[in-house]
Design a protein around this ligand. Sequence first.
Ligand code: NAI
Length: 331
Amino acid sequence: AKDPVRVLVTGAAGQIGYALVPMIARGIMLGADQPVILHMLDIPPAAEALNGVKMELVDAAFPLLKGVVATTDAVEACTGVNIAVMVGGFPRKEGMERKDVMSKNVSIYKSQAAALEQHAAPNCKVLVVANPANTNALILKEFAPSIPAKNITCLTRLDHNRALGQISERLNVPVSDVKNVIIWGNHSSTQYPDVNHATVKTPSGDKPVRELVKDDAWLNEEFITTVQQRGAAIIKARKLSSALSAASSACDHIRDWVLDTPEGTWVSMGVYSDGSYNVPAGLMYSFPVACKKGEWTIVQGLPIDEFSRKKMDATAEELSEEKSLAYSCLS
Ligand code: NAI
């Protein structure tokens, strides 16, 4: 039997946490033959609720679940973890300035970076979900210099999956037959969902999405804004933000990273830019990536037209501004 993998979920008493921990305990993140030990962190006001989640995990009697650590102590939470899913953060409340929210999250991610750097298992893989996801991940990277930059990522897989979902609905095909959309840039409304390289499986082979949809106006406008604004549409409908889809996409992100993307398929991940596609190096930016043996690489050589270029630059610009804002919170 395999040794258990220790998986940290921060903000585990929250909405996404409540959807995510049972998925992990069921083997959806790491495979149905991979035992896990869950580490759950939240803050003292949520300690009782966190303990309730722990009780439910016990009650569910998950065969793969070999242990649960539920704590409000970041060091205890981070100790020995192989995977860290950072969902905890400070939400934007009515009347709050962007800078104030940024400042709260910068200080959270700075201190959790230190706890991970000092106490996580070697080669720990980190996924930041909490918003502003790209910039929180960047801060985590800056304050955990001994964790390789390639081990620190942020979640844009939900946006990627939303794009697949929209194409699937439009063409009335199973979502599993659609692949290779791309989310470029920030997990925000400036993200650029790109279908120029996406394909659909048909009886006569893979066909480009553009060829099948035959409606460039829809693809260049409504499709893009629907994906960009989907988070807001869910809040409007549910009065709560996306949780099951965020949790499921976080599992997809880690599973593909650890267990490989299928041959010929790429996914979107927020990663530390090396300057690929003329995206400024040093931003946490969402790219198309393929994963093999636990490592992602940016898919290279895709042709970029002028329409795409502008949108890729606009979201990079926003990320540069967020980065400056984050740094101004540090000083
Ligand atoms: P939530 O408010 O229900 O849960 C957040 C939890 O984090 C709370 O239990 C809170 O007590 C905890 N927390 C706050 N500060 C903490 C700290 N310093 N350490 C540990 N835990 C802490 O929020 P929800 O709906 O679960 O969303 C979580 C985050 O994920 C939010 O920032 C949200 O904006 C973001 N999000 C990101 C998505 C993405 O695609 N990247 C999609 C959906 C949400």
